[in-house]
Design a protein. Structure first.
Length: 556
């Protein structure tokens, strides 16, 4: 390790372990089994327990297993075999869950597609993944047809198929060609006899989610069965207070996204939880369901908490009753966290993760969280900070690129060996994944996010983190949301542009100069925005994260 040996030991000694709550182990033995084995075991453990509630319709673990087995049989007869990719173009619904596990029971790999994707984006993912079959919402089929992609099998489903009788009457089937199979018909016509498939958890791919495409086209992230089982085991170890077969989780975060797919759907079902499904994050419905079903766990994103902390109905739910309230997928601003605590009397636990590590690598210790930190590595994970140029470890307290090592780290990027080689490196006897995120670790082992390396702004040789400017903007009492980007200027490199959404009563009353003056109270002059643009809303990713990439594209 040479000169970086002392710095390396600061991370490899895992200083964060001393802050784990009682009952959280340092290491976890990941079972060598497939996702199918874990799902089947959960359905056999308590078959009568309700697995899913979908707008009033309850589905037991036995019913869920039966449907998955029937669809697996149908898919196999339609030609789906081990190693094939099956695309899921579905909203959150029982059908997503059934299709996910049915495809895995065929030995196939699932590649979920965002329901808001255009036909152009759908075509890209179908072609890049080489999907042989597609299971989609009937209302989305028209977009599929426009792609012109030839598929061996297309299965469509209507949201009404798993609704109570009255709601089912109101849900109309979309018109689709005769060659397309209806999921409901396949379940009726096939026995619950999935094909006999042998799965090697370490090498066989279970999921192929696509990254958001911060630069260039999105990339398929190769996640093996072992990766997903590691994520499940590490997540379960991190929260020993959550009990198997007793938790109730509101499942409104999209399942196509790695956060909803792994943390909520996969982990929740493997632990025998009850998932209350929502096709979209309807605030009133979510708050009502919290009390009706006595939710015990709540997973959200920062923009949702920012919205809920000021929502008129937030106090209708007893937030202090919940065992766990988690925020992920983006940075949780301290103003949101403090406002939430003041409003609800409860605490949000911030975490960190990415598709390349099956959603989670860090979480704040429940009994010793640090404001502004996304926490400590979960059991079995290793995390470190390196110089992005030399890949040498940097001392605690210094900012560098976050790198991760653990059993939940992906196998690589689909059909992109060069890009896979660029994100992995060997150091200190371990294989590390480069995240592209700029962070620092303090002496106690807590990690703090600074920015995506792609979001670093260079002005006259200075390096400015967009997040540092955004944090100040969010502290302004009249700022509701903000996004900061660098815009090209040959004279200085980049200028700082802030795109700001004001609170309703402040619109038209707060000026650009007032925002700049406010920033000067907390920021060095070179960090103060040069341009302030006011808008009614900001573009967001599929999970509600403000999309700086879209802001940059719009400016360009």
């Amino acid at each position: 390790m040479g000169a970086s040996e002392p710095a390396a030991s600061a991370y490899l000694s895992r200083p964060w372990l001393k802050h784990y709550r009682q009952g959280v182990p340092a290491d976890v033995e990941v079972p060598l089994r497939s996702v199918v084995d874990a799902f089947d075991e959960a359905t056999e453990r308590d078959p009568q327990r309700t697995a899913v509630v979908f707008y009033g319709r309850s589905i037991s673990y036995r019913e869920l297993r039966d449907a998955a087995d029937r669809l697996a049989c149908a898919l196999a007869r339609l030609g789906v075999k081990k190693g094939d990719r099956v695309a899921l173009y579905l909203v959150n619904s029982p059908q997503f869950v059934i299709a996910y596990f049915a495809a895995l029971k065929c030995g196939a790999t699932v590649t979920p597609i965002s329901p808001v994707y255009t036909s152009h984006e759908v075509r890209y993912q179908l072609k890049d993944s080489g999907a042989k079959a597609l299971i989609c919402q009937d209302a989305l089929y028209e977009k599929v047809a426009k792609t012109g992609v030839e598929l061996d099998a297309v299965v469509v489903t209507n949201v009404g198929e798993y609704l109570p009788a009255l709601k089912r009457l109101l849900a109309k089937r979309a018109d689709v060609p005769g060659k397309v199979h209806w999921l409901h018909d396949l379940l009726k016509d096939h026995p619950p006899e999935p094909p006999a498939v042998t799965i090697d958890p370490r090498t066989d791919l279970a999921a192929l989610p696509y990254t958001g495409g911060t630069t260039g086209n999105p990339k398929g992230v190769m996640l093996t069965h072992y990766n997903l089982m590691a994520a499940q085991a590490l997540g379960e170890a991190a929260f020993p207070s959550l009990e198997r077969g007793k938790e109730v989780i509101l499942a409104f975060l999209p399942f196509f996204h790695i956060y909803g797919q792994v943390v909520i759907m996969l982990n929740g079902l493997c632990q025998g939880s009850l998932l209350v499904l929502f096709t979209s994050p309807d605030t009133e419905a979510i708050l009502a369901a919290m009390e009706r079903y006595q939710a015990t766990v709540f997973y959200g994103v920062p923009t949702l908490y920012e919205y809920l902390k000021d929502h008129k109905d937030t106090n209708k739910a007893d937030w202090k009753r919940l065992k766990l309230i988690v925020s992920g997928a983006d940075t949780l601003h301290e103003s949101t966290m403090s406002g939430w605590a003041k409003r609800t009397g409860s605490r949000i636990t911030e975490g960190y993760g990415l598709s390349e590590c099956c959603a989670t690598s860090h979480i704040n210790p429940l009994e010793r969280p640090k404001p502004g930190s996304f926490g400590c590595p979960v059991p079995e994970m290793r995390a470190a900070v390196v110089n992005p140029e030399t890949l040498e470890f940097v001392p605690p307290g210094e900012t560098g690129e976050l790198v991760l090592s653990g059993p939940n780290v992906m196998a690589g990027y689909w059909q992109r060996p060069d890009e896979s080689a660029q994100v992995f490196f060997e150091r200190a006897g371990r294989r590390w994944l480069r995240t592209g995120d700029l962070v620092r670790m303090d002496e106690e082992g807590y990690f703090f996010f600074h920015d995506r390396s792609k979001d670093l702004i260079k002005f006259k040789g200075y390096s400015i983190f967009a997040k540092d400017v955004e944090d100040v903007l969010y502290a302004h009492p009249q700022v509701k949301a903000a996004g900061v980007i660098g815009v090209a200027d040959p004279a200085v490199g980049q200028r700082i542009k802030a795109i700001v959404v004001l609170q309703g009563e402040a619109r038209g009353k707060v000026s650009e100069e007032e925002i700049k003056s406010y920033c000067r109270q907390s920021l060095a002059e070179y960090k103060v925005p040069h341009i302030v643009e006011f808008r009614g809303e900001l573009p967001k990713t599929d999970v509600g994260k403000i999309s700086r990439r879209e802001l940059r594209d719009e400016h360009a």
